[in-house]
Design a protein around this ligand. Structure first.
Ligand SMILES: *[C@@H]1O[C@H](CO)[C@@H](O)[C@H](O)[C@H]1NC(C)=O
Ligand SMILES: *[C@@H]1O[C@H](CO)[C@@H](O)[C@H](O)[C@H]1NC(C)=O
Ligand SMILES: *[C@@H]1O[C@H](CO)[C@@H](O)[C@H](O)[C@H]1NC(C)=O
Length: 356
């Protein structure tokens, strides 16, 4: 057996490699994440949480990134006064960022958003890491764990609120299963979230004061029916790109025009007088109805968007972009179910659901 120092070096190198891979891996690979291509875990390694398991849970952590300290700092959920002693800035909006299936604290695509918020400045970013409870191939366990995870995150937020976290400055931004967590969590909170920004998933407008849904794949696997207070339909059809649209909105407002339920539908007469609104982060709390963005360039890619603050990981090669923007025939009709009541029963082995 190698001496301790060699083990330490091996483990250290392992993390460097994982770190480099996760930084370099283009965002398009995140689109193809599935149980066959990720790690060596088997179904026997899945962790199944129970509703009555205690919080805080060592496998559900919150990490703080701030403008003054843009590095990972794990929130001590046992401490009474952690927030006040941290770099958390009370006057800044707090973004609760939640990854989806096969994600973690340092995985694509969610880190594009984390880095964009940090680079933009003026935000506290609280990242939820529940990676051990949603690792591949444990998709069914990940869905099963949504409720216990949401309960623990809600409890943590409740405690942070006692030491200064302001609900009216709190926005939950979730990707795929993470967006579901934003919605389910609101059932466990004894206050109301200010806003939820999520890709096309089933959220209830009652979950926050404002629920803004970014639909990128309407007509494909996404839900094309309206779901939030305001629904934004983006021209490009990738669920991962909604992350890039959201990131771009931090640096450059892109305005979306009122439209029908789908971009192809003409604006109903009653709404034709409504004004365009910016999509993403700068969307006003009062936005309501459907808005469409007709822009076919890859968002947040420095080359195509002309944004120096952009992120290379949002760039796609031409061939891939062409494949992603053609709409394949809809092979499987998606059930229209309400998040709260039926999510845990309706998605059993739906790999298409979160593979984008
Ligand atoms: C998975 O197992 C194979 C064979 O044991 C090994 O070569 C590979 O490095 C492992 N991959 C990971 C990500 O651990
Ligand atoms: C945390 O996850 C590990 C697997 O990574 C598991 O072995 C352990 O039981 C989990 N702990 C709890 C409290 O769920
Ligand atoms: C889902 O179904 C496919 C084929 O129907 C099967 O090969 C796969 O193992 C299933 N996955 C899970 C997580 O049950």
């Amino acid at each position: 057996m190698p001496p301790l120092r060699v083990w330490a070096l091996l483990i250290f190198t392992h993390f460097i490699i994982i770190g480099v891979l996760s930084q370099r891996k283009p965002i398009k690979e995140a689109l193809f994440l599935n149980s066959d291509t990720f790690g060596n875990a088997t179904l026997d390694d899945c962790v199944w949480k129970r509703d009555r398991d205690v919080c805080p849970d060592p496998n559900i952590t919150l990490n703080l990134y701030t403008e003054s300290y843009p590095f990972k700092k794990q929130v001590d959920l046992f401490s009474e006064d952690w927030l006040r002693q941290s770099d958390w800035e009370p006057s800044h909006e707090t973004i609760l960022l939640i990854h989806g299936y096969a994600g973690g604290d340092d995985t694509l695509p969610i880190i594009v958003l984390r880095d964009a918020y940090i680079r933009r400045g003026g935000y506290n970013v609280l990242m939820v890491d529940w990676g051990k409870l949603c690792q591949p191939p444990c998709y069914v366990a990940a869905v099963h764990n949504l409720r216990p995870v949401a309960r623990c995150v809600a409890e943590a937020l409740g405690n942070l609120r006692k030491t200064g976290l302001r609900p009216d400055r709190l926005t939950c931004v979730g990707h795929s299963l993470g967006a579901h967590l934003c919605g389910i969590m609101s059932n466990y909170l004894n206050f109301r979230l200010n806003r939820i920004i999520a890709p096309a998933l089933r959220l209830d407008p009652g979950d926050a004061r404002a629920v803004h849904v970014l639909h990128t794949n309407a007509g494909r696997y996404g839900e094309s029916a309206r779901l939030g207070h305001a629904d934004f339909y983006e021209a490009l059809c990738s669920h991962v790109w909604s992350i890039c649209y959201q990131a771009e909105s931090l640096f450059r407002a892109k305005s979306a025009a009122p439209c029908g339920r789908r971009c192809s539908v003409r604006v109903p007469p009653a709404r034709s007088s409504a004004l365009p609104v910016p999509l993403g982060q700068p969307a006003p709390m009062t936005a309501s109805g459907a808005y469409c963005l007709e822009d076919f360039s890859a968002p947040f890619c420095p080359k195509t968007s002309g944004l120096v603050e952009g992120d290379e990981r949002c760039c796609l090669d031409k061939q891939y972009a062409a494949a992603a923007t053609t709409q394949p025939p809809r092979t499987r009709p998606r059930p229209i179910t309400r998040l709260r009541s039926r999510i845990l029963h309706s998605y059993t082995n739906d790999t298409a659901f979160d593979s984008d």
